[in-house]
Ligand binder design. Sequence first.
Ligand code: GUN
Length: 282
Amino acid sequence: MAKIIDGKQIAAQVKAQLKTEVEQLKEKGVVPALAVILAGDNPASQIYVKNKIKSCEEVGIKSLSFTFDSSVTEQQLIETIEALNDDKTVDGILVQLPLPKGLSEEKVLKHISDLKDVDGFSPANVGALTLGRDCFKACTPSGCMKLIHSTGVDIKGKNAVVIGRSNIVGKPMALMLLAEDATVTVCHSKTENLAEITKKADILVAAVGRDRMVKADMVKQGAIVIDVGMNRTSEGLFGDVDFESVKEVASYITPVPGGVGPMTIAMLMENTVKSAKNRLNK
Ligand code: GUN
């Protein structure tokens, strides 16, 4: 029976440490600040943004909230971003995704300064991650790395399999595991013999968005299983991993909810504090 990795508790520890760092920054005259831009009325996005703002309050980060209805134009969003780029008191800028239909995420996001891109989505930050340089790293895969580290298992040389190749999770996840010397395989919707590959994983990360698709017979005995999925179904909220069966096979497993989810926001707070430290040291 697997040990359950408590993302809520680990996120609380990260935030408590950040709170101390924020107090120290404030003593030096820097108030870390995060600007959150929300466009449209996607209910999940509204909840995520509310939770991000609540976490800012917990940690002592100032939050600035910009909300637009779904009729907002790309130009209006770009003007908001550019004003925030120029505002020296703002450390991080986040545009909650997805944008309303008809708006190009690429066209809007590219205006966020690389120095304030606390989501780690910009080509410059993704490129720097690829090259192993200091940068803002995407929050969800960073949070997964912290959860893997919490097990105390050495990643070096282990077989790591990532299911999913999104720009936000799968690809940066693979790069972060590779940077820590794992042997990494990325699987996706066109992968043949998926179970054969996942069964070799010492570390298995599922980030596909398909309700409980990873079954016990796809998992190696003793694997660490990290579940990024958040699938809302008529039966309730489930991950990409069939928790009930997989927990009998894995050595460590994250629950949904209470696993990766709380870590994403904690890492956003960490990136914002990192940016504020950069401002202090400029
Ligand atoms: N939508 C889903 N995940 C994310 C995220 O990590 N950042 C932003 N900005 N939007 C998202």
